[in-house]
Design a protein around this ligand. Sequence first.
Ligand code: GYE
Length: 311
Amino acid sequence: LTTVAAITMTAAAASAQTVGFSQIGSESGWRAAETTLTKQQAEERGIDLKFSDAQQKQENQIAAIRAFVAQGVDAILLAPVVATGWDSALEEAKDADIPVVLLDRQVDSSDDLYLTAVGSNLVHEGEVAGGWLVEEVGDKDCRVVELQGTTGSSPAIDRATGFRNAIEGHDNIEIVRSQTGDFTRSQGKEVMESFLQAENGGADICALYAHNDDMAVGAIQAIKEAGLKPGSDILIVAIDAVPDYFQAMAAGEANATVELTPNMAGPAFDALEAYWADGTMPPKFIQTESKLYTQADDPAGEAERRKSLGY
Ligand code: GYE
């Protein structure tokens, strides 16, 4: 019996799958949590994960994909920093019969170049954020400034679209300034400083819409340094639902966020394990939830709960 068990174990170990993960970088707390959870999930499932941090450069991601193909990995995870320019790298993986799973962002390439994409409905997230502001301000005039995500990324494009969908027809709400903060706290602070200067020291700004919580956290610092109260002088709505943003909400310094789970790897590895086992083809898009949280939703408790989630 021992011999049979040993042989079975060896066979299982021999079939341990190797997955190459081309991660964008660690531009936000949310992205760092996604990386942590992906490594944890690989460990739990006995998957050998080869991790590559692209420092937010597409050329580094393309080089990583090519290296994974050369290594002959069993699958590739890709969080694509921007939406365009992936066809040749994805074609190389396809020619090598290596399935690619997209995480949290989309690509413009044809969907026969990847097995599936795991992520939220990014347009809907913008609509949820905009819908909250419409409810909050009613028919009061509201001049909005927008901190956009990384230029050319699908979340920046789609979250901008969704927010505009939601405020359409509400002429009292107007986006007066919009600029990328590249999803980072430091750039969110910097760009918010320029918005405040350009808008009468911030007196003419009613609300900030930030495409992620990290840029909003940076902007909150800038608003306080300008002598204004974030969360009341300037309403703040963002997306990700990370602990530091919940803490700002608990302090009354931010108002609402739309949750994005950092656990994209769970559905991704589930799809890959089914595909490896018997060729099961997953749907091309595996959608994660987008829940709105406001100050009424125990933000301090949410901050604590998420701290144990890999953030
Ligand atoms: O919102 C942000 C990260 O791709 C949707 O990327 C993701 C975004 C997320 O930088 O924090």
